[in-house]
Design a protein around this ligand. Structure first.
Ligand code: ADP
Length: 221
């Protein structure tokens, strides 16, 4: 059945650790032993911290890359909004992100770190989308394009998807049953009642839907 929206996969922390172990195994088999890990904020932070543990690395720094207008326009350019937070002079550095899609953030982060005087720079992601312009040196799995809903972005992504459903259906009010049905039809996402009730509370907290919560999900005017 053709989806009305983007194909999405919901990942849990078992999936994340599975991919992180696959990535770490490839790094350990290689000739590269990082001394410093740089996590790209925000998406790469949790993976970066896990790689510190799996590879025995004590130095963890950050860079922040933002995409401007990425959801609204096609020319959402990547921008370095916070430079490298620590000294990597003479060090072997692993730059870590969650996924390579356009590859723009990783290209930019690696270039920036290379300008900071390291001995060597390599890159690692949990997932690599086939055809991405940037191929990380190490990644857990290669996948075809889908929107991967990482556990650290669950409420943000689901809020965005449900907002799109309201737009697509041209309504201001939906029942929980309808939200559940539309998520399946739009995005192939199947959620439990408990997950839906937590998302609803989150959307109320952010005032995307009316708060105090009603039985229905009512868009805030
Ligand atoms: P990269 O430089 O790693 O390819 P992009 O510049 O394409 O990343 O995207 C920036 C960030 O947006 C990613 O690190 C990730 O957090 C998020 N992102 C991009 N594409 C996807 C996707 N298909 N699924 C989930 N998250 C994504």
């Amino acid at each position: 059945m053709e989806l009305k929206g983007a194909l999405c996969y919901v990942l849990d922390f078992d999936d994340i650790y599975n991919y992180a172990h696959q990535t770490a195994a490839k790094i350990k088999e290689s000739d590269f032993q990082p001394e410093v890990i740089v996590g790209i904020a925000r998406g790469g932070w949790i993976h970066a911290r896990i790689q510190c543990d799996l590879l025995g690395v004590k130095e963890l720094f950050s860079v922040k890359i933002d995409h401007w207008g990425v959801t609204a326009t096609k020319d959402g350019k990547a921008k370095l909004t916070c430079p490298l937070t620590g000294d990597v002079t003479g060090k072997k550095v692993l730059v870590v992100d969650d996924i390579t899609d356009t590859g723009e953030s990783l290209t930019m982060a690696v270039e920036h770190v290379k300008e900071c005087g390291p001995a060597e720079v390599r890159s690692a992601t949990l997932m690599h989308i086939a055809g991405s312009k940037f191929v990380p040196d190490f990644y857990g799995v290669e996948v075809t394009w889908a929107w991967e809903i990482f556990p650290w972005n669950f409420y943000e992504d689901l809020t965005a998807l449900i907002k799109k459903i309201f737009e697509g259906e041209k309504v201001n009010e939906l029942s929980t049953m309808e939200v559940k049905k539309h998520l399946r039809e739009y995005n192939n996402v199947v959620l439990s009642d408990e997950q839906l009730s937590k998302i609803k509370a989150h959307m109320g907290y952010l005032e995307v839907i009316q708060y105090p919560l009603d039985k229905a999900w009512k868009l805030k005017e």
